[in-house]
Design a protein around this ligand. Structure first.
Ligand code: PLP
Length: 446
């Protein structure tokens, strides 16, 4: 197991990919220099690359594979459905069953609408908020990732050169060519700063359709939102007729009743995705019946028409049902225990090496930071080139010790893991941190 290796099958596949995919890549999130490892199969919590190397997978397809790979029950229902048909121009019973499961678990969700991705779920939630309130603007948290809809991408990667004052963060485009009109309709607020956020929001109160918030924003540092922040946003919405939109595309991983039960709040709309598809493409927007009525076609064209060739396809639906049924409260507890054990082990490993850094996160989601000071929001987590260099050595070090982590330091657990795998991951973390220490020593000539 030695990455990088220009003679490897992965390196050769990447050379081939360069001839048909831009930069050899069709999904920016899996891009890696000098080349990505190509997967050949997965089983339980392990993934094989095309060179035959086996690793513990702590990416889990960016959190979607909560049951790892080849889960027997998911495979069984999908194989049965494959034999019956994969997509119809007719509804199926599976969409009702998955909707019922979600409604029964999440208090604020009375009606659900399925999409094909989390991006679409967030997009439809924003459009639903606009259709319901007849207002144009949305607010979102600086640095928070919500998928690829223009409006949801604003200020995803703003930098010290363009992010403006903390009291009034500038709305910065993510993709080149983003229309000015999009920026004008997205209000950017600072994470976990209820006072400043409410000041900013109040300037747009009569135009705000909704506030989009992820209570555990991964790209913004994986720091939990404070209760005061979430409650402040909820109260603002209540008072001003805006809708609170929770993005639980990732954070639905945190508990049986969703992240919103942990923060004890009932958003008007919730975007879901990832785990509710059991490893297949999915997204969903759910909410109170009154709000979700914008999709209701019974009286002719609804306020918000919504289709989608593969929306609610029965493969994703039945895989999602099988995945959720296996996610009992006890299973969530087990995931959280493993997550806590790994965070502790990582923090111990940093301390033992007198290396600045720490593990943060909640439940089965762990993020490793190499910054000198505490990360409290997007700005404090913004990486200097040196911090980025350490992280890159760390992630590469993990790969070479049999663990795959996301390039930005995220480690995601899955239900097939046991405390024995957590021990193996912790050992790999120690060795990867040793690599970082070694590079620092060689930099300083010690
Ligand atoms: C919080 C959050 N929202 C939305 C999305 C978009 O979901 P998808 O990749 O399924 O489009 C993601 C994807 O990682 C996400 O993390």
């Amino acid at each position: 197991m030695s990455y990088p290796n220009s003679d490897s099958a992965s390196a050769k596949l990447y050379q081939r990919a360069l001839n048909s995919l831009p930069g050899g890549n069709t999904r920016t999130t899996v891009f890696m220099k000098p080349y990505p490892l190509y997967a050949s199969k997965g089983e339980g919590c392990h993934v094989w690359d095309v060179d035959g190397d086996i690793r513990i997978d702590c990416v889990n397809n960016f959190t979607s594979n909560i049951h790892g790979y080849a889960n027997p029950e998911i495979n069984r229902v999908v194989q049965e459905q494959l034999a019956r048909g994969t997509a119809f121009g007719m509804p199926t019973v599976a969409e009702i069953e998955l909707a019922e499961l979600i409604c029964s678990r999440v208090c604020s969700i009375e009606r659900v609408r399925f999409t094909n991705s989390g991006t679409e779920a967030v997009m439809m939630a924003i459009k639903a908020a606009r259709a319901f309130t007849k207002r144009p603007k949305i607010a979102k948290v600086e640095g928070s990732y919500h998928g690829s809809y223009d409006y949801a991408e604003v200020s995803l990667d703003s930098s010290p050169g363009n992010w403006g004052e903390m009291t009034a963060p500038t709305s910065v485009p993510y993709a080149e060519g983003t229309p000015e009109a999009v920026l004008a309709d997205v209000i950017t607020i600072p994470f976990n700063d209820p006072e400043r956020s409410l000041q900013i929001l109040s300037q747009h109160a009569s135009e705000l359709a909704g506030i989009l918030v992820d209570p555990l924003p991964n790209r913004a540092g994986l720091i939990p939102a404070s209760q005061a922040f979430i409650q402040g946003l909820a109260d603002f919405c209540e008072k001003n007729g805006s809708l609170l939109i929770f993005d639980e595309v990732i954070s639905f991983r945190l508990g049986y009743h969703g992240a919103q039960a942990i923060w004890n709040v009932q958003p008007h709309l919730t975007a879901l995705g990832k785990i509710i598809g059991g490893g297949f493409p999915i997204g969903a927007v759910g909410g109170k019946e009154e709000v979700m009525a914008v999709f209701d076609p019974r009286c002719g064209k609804p306020a918000l028409p919504h289709g989608g060739t593969f929306s609610a396809n029965p493969i994703s639906m039945c895989a999602g049902i099988a995945a959720l049924k296996q996610l009992t409260p006890a299973v969530y507890e087990h995931l959280a225990e493993m997550g806590e054990a790994l965070r502790l082990a990582i923090n111990h490993a940093f301390a033992a090496r007198h290396l600045p850094g720490r593990a943060v996160g909640m439940g089965s989601l762990i993020k490793v930071h190499f910054s000198e000071s505490d990360v409290t929001d997007y700005r404090s987590g913004y990486q200097s080139p040196e911090v980025a260099r350490r992280l890159s050595i760390f992630v590469k070090g993990l790969l070479n010790r049999g663990v795959v982590a996301a390039s930005y330091g995220l480690l995601v657990l899955s239900t097939p893991m046991t405390l024995s795998e957590i021990d193996s991951i912790a050992s790999a973390v120690e060795r990867a941190l040793d690599d970082v220490v070694l590079s620092l020593n060689s930099q300083s000539g010690t």
